[in-house]
Design a binder for this molecule. Structure first.
Ligand code: UD1
Length: 430
């Protein structure tokens, strides 16, 4: 199993380019099968979640051509099945977007019910409630969600909670329903907007994405388009916090600074210098950072996907910080690993109380999930000595060339497979 081996202590300095948003790409590549014409999507991140999704789409019959590392051409005209294999949903929950896409296009879909995952129980009742409101029947049979409709019709849907996945899934199905749909209490994340923009480029009629009321006028069919995915705000945020944790100075390029405001505000509050440009942001940490309180919230609040990275920065800050996780129930699994590196973290329910220490020390640790894994790498970069991070498959789900981009910023990090390669690394870095 591959691992990262890191010699910490170097401030990250330099420039890093951010790729397209993984979470937008997962939905957009799925929505691309909703037309029988070719669709070209650019700025796709080359990460394992995306590659699994493209395989899932091709297994149901869609034509998927990888034009280059970041561009794919998809044609849904060849689809021969509306039933998705459990192997895919097990690997990536987001293959549940095939429910909305297939239901909208073919008025039926069969997708395995996703189970819980490392960050907690993740129900999809709001997705199903939305499909039912659009006139579909939804049944759970042999572990699968089986949904079908004679015809889909517009509806006025109130979401019980703000859900990115449900907003997108319902938006996809409603794009091809008859009449008008209104989604109230919709998620406002940049990737919800990106999916709406993409569907509109294919001929859909969606207004209000980015606000909490989305209005969709159903159309009969969608058509060909070319589209470029929005920059990944979580990848960008991860490098911002890596710069902060290592007392570095990093220019993060190819981004939309507006999407990063919640993170920028927190970094400034704890004493980082953050400079915004049109499509870049510079994060510079000169002195030891200070404490704060932070609570994860739906966009534009502080993202849950940045909570572990924030906690790592605060584990090195001066004073006691409080981090409250309000979106997922099990998102502090990295705390034990961080404590093995010398951090002082106490978890009470959905709150972490973090007493900043002046130094972390390298240790052997495991990535418990995607974002927590990235956060532990940041801890390793900031720590004194050698850190080995196991289970990096989680990290590779969402970060393209993580080690390479960090090395360009001056980090000493390598991806290795064998234990003896860890020894070699130790000998080399001294
Ligand atoms: C998406 C992101 C994920 C991010 C999360 C919150 C993708 C592929 N994943 O996940 O990285 O952490 O948004 O920003 O885009 N809920 C229900 N019932 C539902 C749907 C959701 O109770 O039907 C609850 C969830 O358990 C959670 C909250 O609503 O507590 C938010 O979940 P949601 O926004 O749906 O997250 P995902 O779309 O799964």
């Amino acid at each position: 199993m591959d691992k990262y081996v890191i010699k910490g202590g170097n401030p990250l300095v330099g420039e890093v380019e951010i790729g397209g948003a993984k979470n937008a790409a997962l939905a957009i590549l799925t929505a691309a099968i909703m037309t029988d014409e070719p669709v070209t999507v650019d700025n796709i991140p080359d990460v394992s979640d995306i590659n699994v999704l493209l395989e899932a789409i091709s297994v149901i019959g869609a034509t998927v051509e990888r034009i280059d590392r970041h561009t794919a051409r998809i044609n849904g005209v060849t689809i021969g099945s509306v039933s998705v294999d459990y192997a895919y949903i097990k690997k990536i929950r987001a293959s549940y977007y095939l429910l909305g896409a297939l239901l909208g296009k073919y008025k039926r879909a069969e997708v395995p019910l996703p189970g819980g995952c490392n960050i907690g129980s993740r129900p999809i009742d709001q997705h199903l409630k939305g499909f039912r409101a659009l006139g579909a029947t939804v049944e759970i049979k042999n572990g699968n969600i089986v949904t079908s409709a004679e015809r889909l019709h517009g509806a006025h849907i109130f979401m019980d909670m703000v859900s990115v996945g449900a907003t997108i899934n319902i938006m996809m199905a409603a794009a091809l329903a008859e009449g008008n749909t209104i989604i109230e209490n919709a998620a406002r994340e940049p990737h919800v907007v990106d999916v709406a923009n993409f569907l509109n480029c294919m001929g859909a009629n969606i207004k209000g994405a980015g606000t909490d009321v989305i209005r969709i006028r159903g159309v009969q069919q969608l058509h060909r388009t070319s589209y470029t995915i929005v920059p990944d705000m979580i990848e960008a945020g991860t490098y911002m916090f890596a710069a902060a944790a290592t007392k570095g100075d990093v220019l993060i390029k190819e981004i939309i600074p507006k999407h990063l405001e919640a993170m920028t505000a927190k970094l400034q509050e704890i004493g980082c210098e953050v400079e915004e440009f049109d499509d870049a942001i510079r994060v510079c940490a000169k002195t030891r950072l200070g404490k704060t309180q932070v609570k994860t919230l739906p966009y534009p609040g502080f993202p849950t996907d940045m909570q572990p990275q924030m906690s790592v920065v605060l584990s090195l800050a001066n004073g006691t910080s409080i981090v409250t996780e309000s979106i997922f129930e099990n998102r502090f699994k990295y705390a034990d690993e961080l404590m093995r590196m010398g951090a002082n973290v106490k978890i009470e329910g959905n709150t972490a109380i973090i007493d900043g220490v002046s130094q972390l020390t390298g240790a052997r640790i495991s990535a418990p999930d995607l974002r927590a894994g990235a956060a532990l790498v940041i801890a390793g970069l900031a720590a004194e000595g050698i850190t080995v991070v196991d289970d990096i498959v989680y990290i590779q789900r969402g970060y393209e060339d993580f080690a390479g981009k960090l090395r360009n910023l001056g980090a000493e990090i390598e991806q290795v497979r064998e234990e003896r390669e860890i020894m070699k690394f130790r000998l080399r870095v001294g």
